[in-house]
Ligand binder design. Structure first.
Ligand SMILES: [Fe+2]
Ligand SMILES: [Fe+2]
Length: 259
């Protein structure tokens, strides 16, 4: 795994994240969007705010392996970036008049799931959340008529796309050591976990999705597109050495609008 690339990337990106000032134009969103959006963002904010203790402990076990040297340092920077997301979302939440959450059931399920099996499963559940975040923040960016929401959604979308490439590189190295039947089994459970998670998230955030003109069903379809795009890249990376260039899936074909 090219950990020096990621250490460099996360270090550079931290400077950019620190320099962001939230757009202070007045928020003119109608309550029909602002209230469900605030509730939805509060859940994502909580999800981003973990301390990364378990992730770090897992990374520490992997780091001594020859092809993962430096992984622990990269993971520290990755966790710091996620905490930066939590701070940014907290500011956005305050602007929307929302209240930060201390506990929320879907978030608790996510956290419990992540410690169930091993480091690969921990990363996989994290990756599932990031694949869903890609569709979610892409949709907010394209559909919410508020400058600060667009600003934060765009930043988080750009960062999460890199995170997907980071996790993909880790998983492709690990999956390479599995036999073809085990790879198939892994893929099957990956799709299942993602499918179930998407149902739960689309149900939990249904009010917000509808407020921005997306049905939960459409959201699930886009999430399914995102994982199939990711899986294709992942298996290509397992077969050949990963170029680690992120090739993102964007909801609504909005790539050109992000440039
Ligand atoms: Fe994040
Ligand atoms: Fe992330």
């Amino acid at each position: 795994m090219n950990t020096s690339f990621w250490i460099h990337h996360f270090t550079q990106n931290a400077h950019i994240t620190r320099s962001i000032t939230l757009n202070d134009e007045p928020c003119n969103l109608p309550d029909s969007i602002r209230l469900p959006l605030a509730r939805s963002i509060a859940i994502f904010q909580l999800g981003e705010s973990g301390g990364g203790t378990r992730l770090r402990a897992y990374a520490g076990k992997i780091a001594p392996l020859e092809n993962f040297q430096g992984y622990l340092d990269a993971m520290d920077l990755f966790v710091a970036e996620e905490q930066g997301h939590a701070r940014l979302l907290a500011k956005l939440l305050a602007r929307l008049g929302g209240t930060p959450l201390k506990k929320q059931w879907t978030n608790s399920v996510f956290r419990s799931l992540r410690v169930l099996v091993n480091v690969e499963f921990n990363i996989q559940v994290l990756l599932t959340a990031e694949l869903i975040a890609e569709v979610y923040f892409g949709s907010l960016y394209l559909r919410v008529p508020d400058a600060a929401v667009k600003q934060v959604a765009r930043k988080l979308l750009a960062d999460e796309i890199k995170h997907l490439a980071f996790q993909r590189q880790f998983l492709s190295e690990r999956l390479r050591s599995l036999s073809p039947p085990l790879r198939l089994l892994w893929h099957w459970q990956f799709i299942c976990v993602h499918h179930i998670t998407t149902w739960v998230v689309s149900w939990d955030h249904a009010d917000c999705l509808r407020a921005i003109g997306l049905t939960p069903r459409t959201f699930r379809h886009r999430a399914a597109d995102a994982i199939s795009h990711f899986s294709k890249k992942l298996w290509q990376s397992v077969e050949v050495l990963d170029s680690f260039e992120p090739e993102p899936y964007y909801p609504e074909g909005g790539l050109s609008r992000l440039e």
